[in-house]
Design a protein around this ligand. Sequence first.
Ligand code: ZN
Length: 326
Amino acid sequence: MKKSIFTTVLMLVFVTSFTATAQKKESKRHKVVEAVINNYKSDNNSAIYKLFDTEMQKAMPEDKTAEFFNNLRKNAGAIKNYSYLKKVSTFDLYKIEFEKATLQLNISINKNSKIDGFAFRPYVENKKIANVKTDLTLPFDDEWYVVWGGDTEDVNYHVILESQKGAFDCVILDSEDKSFKNDRSVNENFYCFGKKLYAPCKAEVIMAVDGIKDNIPGVMNNTFPTGNTVVLKTENNEYIYICHFKQFSVKVKQGDIVNRGDLLGLCGNSGRSSEAHLHFHIQNNEYQEHSNGLKAYFSNIFVNKNQELKYSPLRGDRIENNIVKK
Ligand SMILES: [Zn+2]
């Protein structure tokens, strides 16, 4: 299948494509980061802005760039030290020690040595992710394909965000491993677009967003990253995020109690989504900024046609409930 990227972000990321195209030498990319750091140190916001590619400059005009970095200086202070961590997808990850905080910079630099995406987020040492306690059913009918899922960056780009360490993305593929038929410019041509999504367990709906329009495939909405979203609170106080629903398809509202298998809405292509897909993750608090991700396990499912009694989706799996839904 054509590789696409599905991302949900916390602070500030503008990336127009998930496809890994940046193949420039590492040292070239490090030089760009070095330039950002030096310009940060010398209060030269306009020089940082000039390092952005044109899409980024459109998304983050010069005055917004200045405002962002001035705020960063005010809140985090001067940069004392920085070190390279690793590459994840198109992003290079750096640990940056400021006077008042230690942050992680995730930065994507294109083949022309221009910045096409970046995010600052709290730096957290890698720690083992806890497992979900609640017994879960997959939130869909039929067989879906796991595009991203698993514990490591090579199979799951979500792991760079603490709250999404256990996230996975799914689509439906045809016999030729394609996620759409005919041309890919129409949402309705994607097999999972409009498919029913269900509650994976008994839970309380604590948030339901419904009004965000579906994207034209390939054009992402960075303003509302999660798109139309349902957040469910389980009886074990776990928070399940199901994202990118089709506009106006969400059937539940805040305060509703849903049972396993109740219809939540339809799969869509809203938010930071390059094509129709399901994003699913579980975290230990309501808000992403203050949460740790939990690893999702599903009971009694088929994984590549083999029965598994308790399983966490991994990139490349074809997964389906063993029990027929109502
Ligand atoms: Zn996702």
